[in-house]
Design a protein around this ligand. Sequence first.
Ligand SMILES: [Zn+2]
Length: 250
Amino acid sequence: MNTIIYPLNTGYIRLDKGAYITPGDGYGMEVEVPTWAFFVTDGKEKLLVDTGMSETKSADWHHKGSHQPEGFRIDEQLGKLGVKPEEIDAVFFTHLHWDHCSNMKLFSNAQFYVHEKELAFARDPHLLYHKSYESKKLGVVPPFDGVEFQIVDGEFKYNNFITLFPTPGHCPGHQSVEVKTDQGTYIIAGDAVFADENMKPDHHRNLPFTPMGRYVNVFEMFSSMETIFDRADHILTGHGMGVSFTNVYP
Ligand SMILES: [Zn+2]
């Protein structure tokens, strides 16, 4: 097996560290975090996990000050690897928040995999989470409007190196992607493990890791993190600086 994972930075989100990443520490501190999508290939299949965030005007509407630099759009980042959008066979969505599924229609030959609960929630988001999605209720046409999905409703083995598994909590239908490589199991965790800080012990609450501050169900979020830490040899976060440690994994 010669599976390779390329992290693709699709832009930067500005958020409050205490509110989003480390509850109890860093309230009022604005930070900027990268927004990762991942290209996964065994040399034959060309696969994506998420399609990343939207352009600056829309990003700024979601989270003031967020921006997508020139050349960071998902197809532009893939282009740097010599991959065209129409070559992608499948896209696995961790979830359908605006910063994970923008520009999906560029992938004209891909099958789109999403968890059943996530699609249902994204099509009719609760008022509290309106701006995490894009919704006609807010006068915004979401990127998944009219798209046909492959629906997943539990653990799903796609092939001999990719398995999707449910990791709800951050949102109702979040899932993570297990990738088997020669160097062990990588979990592309999406926002179930948001940033580097979330992998460190939480000394305030005496916990082995730090649950993030933004969720729809705190108990599900906690057990999803436990599952990920159990299954993973290596974790790739949705918004951590640490992902940029190298251009290619393993
Ligand atoms: Zn995100």
